[in-house]
Design a protein around this ligand. Structure first.
Ligand SMILES: NC(=O)c1ccc[n+]([C@@H]2O[C@H](COP(=O)([O-])OP(=O)(O)OC[C@H]3O[C@@H](n4cnc5c(N)ncnc54)[C@H](OP(=O)(O)O)[C@@H]3O)[C@@H](O)[C@H]2O)c1
Length: 264
């Protein structure tokens, strides 16, 4: 009988998609979440917070493999720190982490950088914490998910003028494909930093915004000011892209069409 696998972030966009794949692979899954959930078939929910460390020791007890998808705009370094300390104490054999393309290439040196792009520095910190933890690990970097692009454009389109990020490009990837790759990695041996996963095509932000507006039947003016700072410059230079890792198959157009059919 295999021990249950711990999934952090199992209630989020990515984790929710990884969950059934892990169950289909015959694994019992324990999900760590900050909120109460009723147990479901083959899924146990435990309450805890990787940001504060509360409940994390109990969550990792009896666990051999952790898939760490819990993340947010802030504090992912500390989340990783709390998780690996508990994992180390519990003798976890494999920690699989989802990071972001650009974590190692988007410099966050000023307050301006941190305000907009601090997320990348946090991911880099989390990567280092995990790599140096002594717990065997696998890290996969992904480009931005279609879902995230859709949410961002949806928020921008609430304004009369859409404030795009001048010069920014994206290579959106399907979160379902990322979930499938993470699960494959979790079922295998610790592999260190593996090749990134990125979507099939690179798009300018204006092109994404135009396709979004067409899909939702809105008209908006757009502005594309160039943000100051080194992080924004790295973004414009494509540090968030991985054209050499364009293994994702689902296109933005296909994703968007499905979302429109489902009423967005
Ligand atoms: N979205 C993207 O484009 C993208 C691209 C590359 C990498 N990633 C990374 O992929 C991961 C998943 O992203 P996502 O888009 O699925 O995120 P999401 O939808 O925002 O979900 C975040 C998840 O993290 C959990 N979480 C956050 N803070 C937590 C805490 N302090 N303690 C315990 N759980 C916590 C939440 O669980 P509860 O609310 O239930 O506690 C939720 O399940 C993140 O690490 C993200 O950085 C995302």
């Amino acid at each position: 009988m295999t021990s249950p696998l711990l999934l952090t972030g199992g209630t989020g966009t990515l984790g929710r998609l990884a969950l059934p794949l892990l169950r289909d692979a015959g694994r019992k899954v324990r999900v760590l979440t900050r909120h109460q959930h009723e147990p479901a078939d083959g899924i146990e929910y435990v309450t805890g917070d990787v940001g504060t460390g509360s409940g994390v020791d109990a969550a990792v007890t009896g666990i051999e493999t952790i898939v760490h998808c819990a993340g947010g705009a802030k504090g992912d370094g500390d989340k990783a720190r709390n998780l690996v300390q508990a994992a180390s104490r519990a003798g976890v054999r494999h920690l699989v982490f989802i990071s972001v393309v650009g974590a190692d290439r988007i410099p966050v040196v000023s307050g301006v950088d941190r305000a907009m792009y601090g997320y990348f520095a946090e991911k880099r910190d989390a990567e280092r914490v995990i790599a140096e933890s002594g717990v065997p690990w696998t890290t996969l970097r992904a480009t931005q998910f279609h879902d995230w692009i859709l949410t961002l454009l949806g928020q921008m389109a609430k304004m009369p003028v859409m404030p795009l990020w001048g010069g920014a490009r994206f290579q959106p990837v399907d979160s379902g494909e990322v979930a499938a790759r993470l699960v494959e990695l979790a079922l295998g041996e610790p592999s260190g930093l593996v090749p990134s996963i990125a979507g099939p095509r690179v798009y300018g932000m204006e092109e994404l915004a135009r396709s979004y507006l067409r899909a939702v039947g809105k008209r908006r003016l757009m502005i594309s000011p160039k943000a100051p700072g080194k992080a924004a410059a790295a973004y414009r230079a494509g540090a968030n892209l991985a054209p050499e890792c364009a293994v994702g198959r689902r296109t933005w157009e296909d994703f968007l069409a499905t979302q429109v059919r489902q009423g967005l």
